[in-house]
Design a protein. Structure first.
Length: 80
């Protein structure tokens, strides 16, 4: 499974949108290219804006492997 930037890049390609076209839709000159080429970090606000332009929805799902690793730590941290 790729990371978020890979998925955003793939969606833009699927839609046939260049980075500059996405910038025009967002009203942010040059920023999409910097994020997509990893010269700038993908922040939460820009991620939400990109998802809106690319008609994507960001979902949070439980990671079963990580959950298993965290069980002991959670148990220690629970209020007693």
């Amino acid at each position: 499974m790729g990371d978020k930037v890979d998925k955003l890049r793939a969606r833009a390609f699927e839609l046939g949108l260049s980075h500059s076209a996405i910038d025009r839709l967002l009203g942010k000159a040059g920023y999409t290219n910097k994020v997509m080429n990893r010269n700038k970090r993908l922040g939460a606000k820009f991620e939400a804006e990109l998802c809106a332009v690319l008609a994507l929805k960001s979902l949070l799902v439980v990671d079963p492997e990580r959950e298993a690793l965290m069980q002991d730590e959670w148990e220690r941290q629970r209020r007693k």
